[in-house]
Design a protein around this ligand. Sequence first.
Ligand code: KG4
Ligand code: ZN
Length: 335
Amino acid sequence: MHNPLVLGIESSCDETAVALVRADRTILAQRIASQNEAHERFGGVVPELAARAHADRLAPMLAEVLDEAGVSLADIDAIAGTAGPGLIGGVMVGLVTAKALAMAAAKPLIAVNHLEGHALSPRLANAALHFPYLLLLVSGGHCQLLCVEGVGRYRRLATTIDDAVGEAFDKSAKLLGLGFPGGPALERAARAGTPRFALPRPLVGSDEPHFSFAGLKSAVLRARAAMAAPTAHDIADLAASFQQAACDCLVDRTARALAQVPEVTALVVAGGVAANQSIRGALADLAAAHGLPFVAPPMWLCTDNGAMIAWAGVERFLAGDIDDLNAPARPRWPL
Ligand code: KG4
Ligand code: ZN
């Protein structure tokens, strides 16, 4: 078979991203435009601003990527666009663009679940990663353990009963005055601190399969409020304490899930929070203790990008799983 080429479009949150990826894992060209400056002064992503920025940027970025790769629409085998879950205005901008291109080029549309993009992204970076694998999917909106059994076959073993772990990073960073986006800012602060604050580790050790982070975030708020005039050291120590507690929760819950799925061939982490070095290190140790390979995509592939959507498109295209032009944009869409 020839080497199919898929165009991927991502616009479900605050990254506008486009990529051209081949089935042999070559990334011909890609662009990622983050909107941090637009949302920074609001301390979080403003959906309306995000949708407008996607609408402004997407078409020129597509033109750039096609130009850089030296391909025309006729050379592309399928058009993949994120169809949810996410901020609906942005999702609509990306999905409608993907539909228009698919129509114009008379190519199949693949309406990709953003979470499927994260779930399959480790296979873009690592050709040796085979199904089934245990995936810890940790992002701003999700915190799940999935047994990835094949393309389109995701068995959910656990989810969060309140906040996602990325949300807890973002909210804690905001409470500590560390800026936006919170996850990377908190990790930077934690590097200079020692985890001297005793913070809770919700659900650790319990038989309940799920995650919980709301109590941890509230404990950060209380610890912060208990200090009248915290120094930069105090803030760094509190950041380090939070990160350590969050990491312990992720490792404990993942260890519990591993015991349930002896058939898996690897422990894999994906999603924005997978960019965190402490979390990667702790999960690598856990995998080693279980005699499993540990797979984490490169950092740029952890946070939102177009290549993961194009790659999910490649996998779905090869499986013959394409969509109709009336595929809906979905704000909520469990995997
Ligand atoms: O996957 P992603 O880019 O967007 C969603 O689909 O949500 O994930 C973004 C999340 C945010 O909560 C962000 O703070 C978190 O990932 N994040 C991090 C780090 N980099 C991004 N959390 C902890 N440490 C990091 N280095
Ligand atoms: Zn994401």
